[in-house]
Structure formats: structure tokens, C-alpha cells
Design a protein around this ligand. Structure first.
Ligand code: HEC
Length: 230
């Protein structure tokens, strides 16, 4: 009885790979046309059929023009079509750090790792021109590419492109806001965390935070360099 069971087991073990291999072979050899293969079935000899006019790939139907292009009916660039929420900004930051920071760096100065190794240097986001650029323009640059920058439409879906645009706006505010622009509690918290602002501080380390102690906006490159160097 026992020897019998062992024989049966051995037989199964031997046959199993054979069975598996034959299944796989069947999948390999199933009847199908390879791309560009000839076919006697159609008069033009090609197995590939012409795509009917107006065919749209799955997920490629641009029902909402503004949402998927950033451009209004009239041709003007659109404003952000979604409300700005902490979740949107968090998503935008996450995607920006993956898809944009390699060139634009995490602050948007244009000093990413790829640039440091020789890629064309993109312009900083912290210029008047790009600060004033409409949301839809930034969306369009991501969607279609710009000059040497490739399109990211195939890797970044529209919802994430809008999230990135919102995050670029936050980056722009972050680099263009002086201590004096903050409400008093935030100003105190910033000084407590970052230390007193550089520059002429006649009163010493203790800055009371009154209107007289308001410094000008920081130099555009300063905080960016600091953030990017580690
Ligand atoms: C491989 C490097 C690279 C990546 C990644 C990249 N960019 Fe760029 N970007 C560039 C370069 C280079 C330019 C300048 C192109 C030119 O002037 O020919 C540019 C230009 C821009 C501009 C300015 C366009 C103008 O009007 O001057 C914006 C905005 C921009 N990129 C946004 C983004 C965003 C958002 C992402 C991420 C989704 C991104 N880029 C990813 C390289 C990159």
C-alpha cells in the first residue's frame, strides 16, 4: 500500500512538468497575427485593420476641455479648476518631487540633479514671468512639454498635473514671502524655529516682531540653496 502511494507520487512528480510545458506551448502557438503580419483574408494583404475615424483610446476621451488641456474654449489659459485643499497640495508635492524635482529641484530653482550633470538648466519658477503665468499655462507645459522639456502627459494623469500646478503656486509663495508678510503668531513661530533673520539686527537676538522689525523679502536664491544642498 505504502509503496504503491510512493509510486503514484513519483509518477505525478514526473508528469507534472510535462503537463505544464505543454500548456505553455499551446499558449505560445495559439492562432494569432503578429503586428504587421500578412493576411490573405483581406484584399490589401495586411492583417491590421484601419482604425475607424474618431477612435479614442480608453481614458483618452477629452470630455472636459479645460480639465484635460488647461485651455478655455476661447483659447485663454484656465485657472485651477479644483479647490485647493491640504490633500491636493500634499499630492502635488509628492508628484512634483517624483517627476519635476530631478530637473527643477525640490524648490523650483532649476538646480536638480540631472541639471547638475549636464541637462539644460530650466528657468527658476521664482521669476516675475512664471509667478504671473496663469495656472493653465503651467498645466499646458506639463501636458505638452516645452522646448527641451518633454511632455509628462503619459506619466502624470490630469488630476495629478493640476495638483502639481497647485503645489508650484505654493512653492512660489514660499520663496516670495518675507517674515513681515506673516501674521504675528506665525512670524514668532518662524523665528523660534529658524532663528533670527540674517541682516542688520541692531537689537540683538530678541526680535519682538513689531512692525519696525520687519525685514524685506529674502533674496530669491537664499532659502532655495539652503533647502537643496543636503
Ligand atoms: C528632464 C528635465 C525636466 C523635468 C523632469 C521637468 N522639466 Fe520642466 N523644464 C525643463 C527644461 C530644460 C525647461 C526649459 C526648456 C526650454 O527652455 O527649452 C523646463 C521648463 C519648464 C517650465 C517653464 C516654461 C517657460 O515658460 O519657461 C515649467 C513651468 C516647467 N518646466 C514645469 C515642469 C513640471 C511641472 C515638471 C514635472 C511634471 C517638469 N517641468 C519636469 C526640464 C525638465
Amino acid at each position: 500500500m505504502r509503496a504503491d502511494a510512493r509510486w503514484r507520487l513519483a509518477a505525478v512528480a514526473l508528469l507534472l512538468p510535462l503537463a505544464a510545458a505543454s500548456c505553455r506551448q499551446g499558449m505560445y502557438d495559439q492562432a494569432k497575427y503578429e503586428p504587421y503580419e500578412e493576411s490573405a483574408l483581406f484584399p490589401n494583404g495586411s492583417s491590421a485593420r484601419p482604425i475607424p475615424a474618431g477612435t479614442v483610446p480608453r481614458g483618452g476621451l477629452m470630455e472636459d476641455r479645460v480639465w484635460s488641456t488647461g485651455i478655455e474654449e476661447g483659447g485663454e489659459f484656465a485657472a485651477l479648476p479644483v479647490p485647493v485643499t491640504p490633500e491636493l497640495l500634499a499630492r502635488g508635492r509628492d508628484r512634483f518631487d517624483v517627476f519635476c524635482a530631478p530637473c527643477h529641484d525640490r524648490v523650483g530653482n532649476g538646480d536638480g540633479m540631472i541639471v547638475r550633470r549636464g541637462y539644460l538648466r530650466p528657468p527658476s519658477y521664482h521669476t516675475a514671468r512664471l509667478r504671473d503665468a496663469p495656472d493653465g499655462y503651467l498645466f499646458d507645459v506639463i501636458t505638452r512639454g516645452f522646448g527641451q522639456m518633454p511632455s509628462y502627459a503619459s506619466q502624470v494623469p490630469a488630476a495629478d498635473r493640476w495638483a502639481i500646478v497647485a503645489y508650484i503656486r505654493a512653492l512660489q509663495v514660499s520663496q516670495d514671502t518675507g517674515l513681515g508678510d506673516l501674521p504675528p503668531e506665525l512670524r514668532r513661530a518662524a523665528v523660534a524655529e529658524l532663528g533670527p533673520p540674517p541682516g542688520p539686527t541692531p537689537g540683538g537676538a530678541e526680535a519682538p516682531g513689531g512692525p519696525a522689525a520687519v525685514p524685506g523679502p529674502p533674496a530669491a536664491a537664499g532659502p532655495g540653496e539652503e533647502t537643496d544642498s543636503p
